[in-house]
Design a protein around this ligand. Structure first.
Ligand SMILES: Nc1ncnc2c1ncn2[C@@H]1O[C@H](COP(=O)(O)OP(=O)(O)OP(=O)(O)O)[C@@H](O)[C@H]1O
Ligand SMILES: [Mg+2]
Length: 147
């Protein structure tokens, strides 16, 4: 387990960069589970990931639409970003209904899932990691645990 302390958005971007450059091609999609309370910085991190991948489109929170897909990247082999907010889902079968398998089977896709607790037990493929975001008491710093 690695723990990083983040106190501004530049440091969050540096972490996103590190995360992307440490990804290794796998038979299935790259998958990052983003855990943490409301406002702990999951969507902010997703925006930084999109930026690192060279996605030009504005990334907004998928809270109301559940899932958003971005196709144009400048990364050598990650060609698609799928951003999911599972907050409103009731169980993993609702996610499976949303093309989960076709995304997961694509080695050129990076999937980010906010609120993975809502879809516990969903198939993770071979390249899954979890980032847990925690706001400090004074709300100035965030601790991010990577497992
Ligand atoms: N590392 C950071 N440094 C400074 N501000 C941050 C950082 N991370 C997040 N923020 C700010 O905190 C606010 C809430 O963050 P964000 O929307 O990413 O939370 P979230 O975890 O996605 O919440 P939700 O569970 O509601 O989706 C945003 O305004 C964001 O810009
Ligand atoms: Mg969010």
């Amino acid at each position: 387990m690695i723990e990083k302390k983040i106190s501004n958005l530049n440091q969050l971007e540096a972490l996103a960069k590190e995360c992307v450059s440490s990804m290794k091609k796998a038979p299935t999609a790259q998958l990052l589970f983003l855990k943490g309370d409301l406002g702990s910085g999951k969507t902010a991190f997703a925006k930084k990931i999109a930026h690192v991948l060279g996605i030009q489109e504005t990334v907004t929170s998928p809270t109301f639409v559940v899932m958003k897909e971005y196709q144009e990247t400048n990364h050598s082999w990650i060609q698609r970003l799928v951003h999911i907010d599972a907050y409103r889902l009731n169980n993993k079968s609702e996610l499976e209904y949303l093309k989960w398998d076709s995304y997961l089977r694509d080695p050129h896709t990076l999937i980010l899932v906010e609120w993975p607790e809502m879809v516990e037990g969903v198939d993770q493929g071979s390249a899954a990691r979890t980032l847990s975001f925690q706001l400090s008491e004074n709300q100035k710093e965030r601790a991010i645990q990577i497992t």
